[in-house]
Design a protein around this ligand. Structure first.
Ligand code: ATR
Length: 291
């Protein structure tokens, strides 16, 4: 469908934003659903985020995605922030309302939907979260919300793991999360884990590394997600598979966080599994430099 003068307009802000796969994905969803919708990339310098948000409101934008490094910076410029985003401390989606925007975080629920699509359960599982940075916060929130049985956070800086564990335990009113130093992995208590890798170790342009290299550690993991998607098969994923577990990269998390944003801007639409499979192929090709 061609874009009319009445098209709903959304976009993504980041700095830089040139690598973003979101324009390709969001415009593909609109095309598949025959919606009059356009989505554009906007590079916004750090000190102009407030101006950019006021500007897109004046221009009539329905919403935005927000990527690195603006996910916290946008927060003071919003009218409302939903509970998950407030708890995670980061906003990746803005939705227009009377007088401004409401902020959401679709990363956490995006990961949950990606797991669900693979038939992976969170409720009742012993979970392992590697890393305690910004991405780990969204993952910890998701695991708590969806009733993980236990969560061990392993992080190079144990005090950061402790801060995250304390915050989430307090927020949810139960002591599900235990913080540990990365080097203490031998003290993990459960027999087998669902593991989520959130550190930047092994990410392009430094592939071939994992935060923990010891192969015996990986025998404790039955299922793993590395939220990295470049490279598509990380050293962490290889180590999990070599030890007999199943491992997935973060591409579906990226796709599903985008789908949830698309649904927030376009209520009453839904993206089919077939469309997800198509966009996954297109994104893989783009990441491999083939399109
Ligand atoms: P993001 O927002 O992408 O999560 P971040 O907040 O900078 O990024 O967090 C990066 C995570 O990767 C942290 O958990 C960091 O560990 P520290 O808290 O100890 O810094 C982890 N990380 C980065 N480089 C690492 C390395 N070489 N070994 C182990 N962990 C590493």
């Amino acid at each position: 469908m061609t874009i009319s003068g009445n098209a709903k307009v959304c976009g993504v802000i980041g700095n830089p934003v040139g690598h973003s796969l979101s324009p390709m994905m969001q415009n593909y969803f609109a095309e598949k659903l025959n919606l009059d919708f356009a989505y554009i990339p906007c590079n916004v310098p750090d000190e102009q985020v407030g101006e950019a948000i006021r500007g897109i409101y004046a221009l009539g934008f329905q919403g935005l995605n927000v990527t690195v490094p603006h996910k916290q910076r946008v927060m003071p410029h919003l009218l409302e922030i939903d509970e998950a985003a407030r708890c995670i401390g980061a906003v990746n989606t803005l939705v227009r309302m009377e007088g401004g925007y409401k902020g959401y975080n679709t990363d956490a629920e995006g990961l949950y939907r990606a797991l669900k699509r693979q038939g992976i359960q969170v409720a009742g599982q012993d979970c392992l979260l590697i890393g305690a940075g910004g991405a780990a916060k969204a993952v910890a929130y998701m695991l708590m919300k969806h009733q993980a049985k236990s969560i061990a956070i392993l992080n190079r800086s144990p005090e950061k793991a402790r801060l995250l564990a304390d915050q989430m335990n307090r927020q949810f009113g139960r002591n599900t999360i235990k913080a540990m130093a990365l080097s203490d992995y031998q003290n993990l208590e459960a027999p087998s884990y669902l593991a989520i890798q959130t550190t930047s170790v092994g990410m392009h342009p430094h592939p071939g590394h994992a935060a923990i290299e010891d192969p015996t550690f990986y025998k404790k993991i039955h299922t793993a997600i590395d939220i990295i998607y470049t490279p598509s098969r990380t050293r962490f994923m290889e180590l999990v598979k070599e030890a007999g577990g199943q491992a997935f990269n973060g591409l579906d998390m990226l796709i599903y966080q985008g789908i949830i944003a698309f649904e927030l801007w376009n209520p009453n639409v839904s993206i089919t599994d077939e469309t997800v499979d198509e966009i996954r192929v297109m994104m893989k090709k783009r990441l491999e430099g083939k399109s």
